[in-house]
Ligand binder design. Structure first.
Ligand SMILES: NC(=O)c1ccc[n+]([C@@H]2O[C@H](COP(=O)([O-])OP(=O)(O)OC[C@H]3O[C@@H](n4cnc5c(N)ncnc54)[C@H](OP(=O)(O)O)[C@@H]3O)[C@@H](O)[C@H]2O)c1
Length: 181
């Protein structure tokens, strides 16, 4: 890759929106590091979405496991020396798991959607600071909008995902910053 080629890390990119973001970035000429809890699954997707110009690289990342975050920041520092774009996409919703208690749903959801995202961001800041145009993109949800929820004709007014909504509202607060105290 060339020095001018932007480098992006996308968390939770083995499927869904993360995979689509990774594919789109690769097609736009961005070197994509594809975050995957299961590295083998990630490598399979990386092959599928690589282009003739961009070889997408799968990297092990479980945002609830700090060791994978630390290993990944060390790998990026050693191999690339910087990060230009961090896409915090990894997220879960457990509201439709009736066997889980509210405590379990909320703590697990916050652990991934908020704590994991904040920890990954914190670890990547030194690398983003090495970029001339560092960017952090947090994938939130319209369900967390306080303004929309107050509107009687809101399209999602009957959608109730309380623990998920709360996690994305917390993520929105983190997004507004400041990133560090
Ligand atoms: N789908 C929607 O309608 C919608 C709407 C608004 C916002 N969003 C948000 O968009 C993002 C992606 O949603 P999606 O629908 O594409 O979800 P998805 O299909 O369920 O995919 C979630 C991705 O996150 C990964 N992941 C889960 N926990 C993780 C963790 N602890 N560490 C690292 N990766 C983890 C999964 O990895 P594995 O493959 O290993 O499970 C998977 O790659 C989420 O933040 C979600 O809240 C979704």
């Amino acid at each position: 890759m060339t020095q001018s080629q932007p480098i992006a890390l996308v968390s939770g990119a083995t499927r869904g929106i993360g995979r689509a973001i990774a594919q789109d970035l690769a097609q736009k000429g961005v070197k994509v590091l594809l975050g995957a809890r299961n590295l083998q699954a990630g490598q399979k997707v990386a092959v599928e979405i690589s282009t003739s110009e961009i070889q997408v690289e799968a990297v092990e990342l479980d945002t609830t496991h700090q060791n994978t975050i630390d290993n990944l920041s060390a790998l990026i520092a050693e191999k690339y020396g910087r990060l230009d774009i961090l896409v915090n996409n990894a997220g879960i919703s457990l509201d439709f798991y009736p066997d889980l208690s509210v405590r379990e749903k909320l703590s697990r959801t916050l652990e991934t959607n908020v704590i994991g995202t904040a920890a990954l961001t914190d670890a990547m800041i030194p690398l983003l600071e090495k970029s001339q145009h560092g960017r952090i993109v947090n994938v939130s949800s319209v369900l967390a909008s306080f303004t929309s929820r107050e509107q009687a004709d809101w399209i999602y007014k009957d959608v109730a995902m309380p623990t998920y909504q709360a996690s994305k509202a917390a993520l929105n607060s983190l997004t507004l910053g400041p990133v560090r105290a």
